[in-house]
Design a binder for this molecule. Structure first.
Ligand code: ASP
Length: 316
């Protein structure tokens, strides 16, 4: 089994068929995480390099655990401990790492398009683990996986994504992903945090949670990305929380089976109140759990694809 794509750079370029293959494969791999010995030999002898040029908690750990559960040799590279701090370019760092013959690279970078550049330079599958404000495809895949597990479908659902849409790679990947799977996607936030033209990506826009959430099946709350300059785009975090925070009063407007999601890190009391984050509608920890299975699926499928290519070219 292989994917149509050779890399996972973003969901804009990925066909619905590939999304289905990834979600189905993740569903079949999920039980490995419940075994007493959480390891299968699928990627034995393969080397996975995680290149993280931006901070990460969940994503890097999740990729590392996913690789190790499949028996890959996992190497973690973080920017602060590397030659980047000595002036080396991304392309040179990548060429040097590639000379050590990794089988798959997982890349997070603050510059949009960095994984795409590496995919052009290197002959190895690349997974985008978040590139600036552009895309975070594995987050959207694990979000879709979580929703599909809970609702048994994606098509026909109304998904509301609320918060700092302008700076969110999670929002972008989820708009592409959920729309391709037949869901109706709404984005909500103050006008300054909604990028112009977002409707062209397939999303409907609202500036009021009260308008969007009453018939929503899924509400995904996003953090304000202060590190990307969002702080200057609204008066204060206190006012933001009052107008756009998901709190128990707003939850009373929602359907009884609504799912509340958040990619983390949560800013409690800003975009989501603790009662909602920890409450009965929240599937936030299910998302984290799904992340391991979805990343196992991608590592497996992309490595298998690369092997087929090598075989096709008579190189193995
Ligand atoms: N963890 C997600 C990301 O890396 C969301 C966030 O940081 O707010 O984009």
């Amino acid at each position: 089994m292989a994917l149509l794509v050779k890399h996972m750079l973003g969901l804009e370029q990925v066909e619905r068929e590939d999304i289905e293959t990834i979600l189905d494969t993740a569903a079949s791999l999920q039980e490995i995480s419940y075994r007493p010995v959480k390891k299968v030999p699928t990627l034995r002898g393969k080397t996975q390099v995680n290149l993280f040029f931006e901070p990460s908690t969940r994503t890097r750990t999740s990729f590392e655990i996913a690789g190790k559960r499949l028996s890959a040799d996992v190497v973690n590279f973080t920017a602060s401990a590397s030659s980047l701090s000595k002036g080396e370019t991304l392309a040179d760092t990548a060429r040097n790492l590639w000379a050590m013959r990794p089988d798959i690279l997982v890349v997070r970078h603050s510059a949009a398009g960095a994984p795409h550049l590496l995919a052009k330079l290197l002959d190895t599958p690349i997974i985008n683990a978040g590139d600036g404000a552009h895309e975070h495809p594995t987050q959207a895949l694990l979000d879709m996986f979580t929703v599909r597990e809970k609702k048994r479908k994606l098509s026909g659902l109304k998904v509301v994504i609320a918060g700092d849409i302008a700076h969110s790679r999670v929002a972008r990947s989820n708009i592409y992903g959920f729309s391709k799977m037949g869901a109706e996607v709404w984005v909500v936030g103050p006008p300054t945090l909604i990028p112009p033209g977002i409707e062209r990506m397939g999303a409907r826009v609202s500036y009021r949670l009260e308008e969007a959430i009453p018939d929503a099946d899924v509400i995904m709350m996003l953090r304000i990305q202060l590190e990307r300059g969002a702080g200057s785009l609204f008066p204060s975090l206190r006012e933001y929380a009052i107008r756009f925070g998901l709190n128990p009063a707003r939850m009373r407007l929602c359907k009884p089976d609504v799912l509340v999601m958040h990619p983390g890190p949560i800013n409690r009391g800003v975009e989501i109140s603790p009662e909602v984050a920890d409450g009965p509608y929240s599937v936030i920890l299910d998302q984290v759990e799904a992340g391991v299975a979805v990343r196992m699926a991608l590592l497996y499928l992309l490595c298998a694809g690369a092997e087929h290519e090598d075989t096709d070219q008579g190189r193995t």
